[in-house]
Design a protein around this ligand. Structure first.
Ligand code: 13P
Ligand code: SF4
Length: 311
């Protein structure tokens, strides 16, 4: 395997040879973010995947994100450096159980977080991301009954914010559940002027201390635009790479877990993708996302609704 600068130039060469675009999520390691053509949150990345004219999408994120790219761009070859890059939210929501939950609540629509399998998307009415959920909910009639899954924390946050009850699927993100309220309060006491920006996948007792609750791109925007010199970041800490690049004079502190440091909040699924695996994926055009066409066309509808309602 090529190493160092050779690895960078080989990835670049293969990218051109394949007419590939590299899309990366903010939770990827710094080197992957730096070599990507585009880095963004789930909504930005799905828009890019829908719009690109590349033949190959090398998706550096987790599997549900690469699957979303395939659903939106079926004619493209979508590769994921490590096919085991899953998500605890997806794991918490098996399609068969979700189907039964829907059948038990036939008068509810299913508003579903994008962090789920293609099969669960196919059983849903509208997909949302953390950056589009508020805009989408505000367009739904007040008396519309809603099932929200799989993230109970994002669902709970939306339910409180909009004052509307929703039936919540009991899933959670293992990364955002690892933040400690006690440690966050200690950190705030040490930095009383530092605002706190948190992702809505965090439990309510963490969000209660946040000055901003938003998607990864909203957190990044807030951190860069805030007049504060120090900002406390309550999401997966690899996003701090973009903050430090754009505002090297500021201090960004990743919020801690119960052990008092923030490395326990690294997403273990995102970490499966590496530069070496990205190189191999571009070289061999695998692992490749494949999908049953019936599931894909069913999953496309709620995704297209999201893109239309979020624009
Ligand atoms: P964003 O859409 O905010 O980037 O969130 C994706 C994600 O998986 C958060 O854990
Ligand atoms: Fe899934 Fe959480 Fe990792 Fe995001 S951070 S991909 S929600 S496990």
């Amino acid at each position: 395997l090529p190493k160092g600068k050779d690895l960078l130039s080989e990835i670049d060469r293969l990218k051109r040879e394949r007419n590939a675009v590299i899309l990366a999520h903010y939770y990827q390691e710094a080197a992957i973010q730096d070599i990507a053509d585009f880095v963004g949150d789930s909504l930005d990345l799905s828009r890019k995947a829908a719009d690109t004219d590349a033949d190959v999408i090398a998706f550096c994120g987790v599997r549900f994100m690469a699957e979303t790219a395939k659903i939106l761009s079926p004619q493209k070859t979508v590769i994921l450096p490590d096919m085991d890059a899953g998500c605890s939210l997806e794991d918490s929501c098996p399609p068969e159980q979700f189907k039964r939950f829907r059948e038990a609540n036939p008068d509810h629509i299913a508003l579903t977080y994008i962090n789920c399998s293609a099969a669960v998307k196919a059983l849903s009415d509208i997909i949302v991301t953390s950056s589009s959920a508020e805009k989408i909910i505000s367009q739904l009639p007040k008396d519309q009954k809603i099932i929200f899954g799989p993230d109970r924390h994002l669902g709970g946050y939306l339910s409180r914010k909009f004052g509307r009850e929703m039936l919540l699927w009991p899933g959670a993100c293992i990364v955002h559940e690892a933040f400690s309220e006690k440690e966050l309060l200690k950190l705030k006491a040490q930095h009383p002027d530092a605002p706190v920006a948190a992702h809505p996948e965090c439990p309510g007792n963490i969000l209660d201390h946040a000055d901003l609750v938003g998607s990864t791109s909203a957190i990044l925007k807030f951190a860069l635009e805030s007049p504060a010199e120090t900002i406390i970041v309550v999401t997966e800490p690899h996003i701090i790479h973009q903050m430090e690049k754009a505002a090297p004079h500021k201090t960004f502190i990743g919020a801690p877990g119960a052990d008092g440091n923030c490395s326990c909040n690294n997403c273990p699924f995102m970490a499966l993708n590496t530069m070496e695996k990205l190189y191999l994926a571009l070289r061999d055009l695998k692992p490749v996302i494949e999908m049953d066409e019936d599931i894909r066309t069913k999953a496309l509808k709620p995704l297209e609704r999201m893109l239309a309602m979020a624009s």
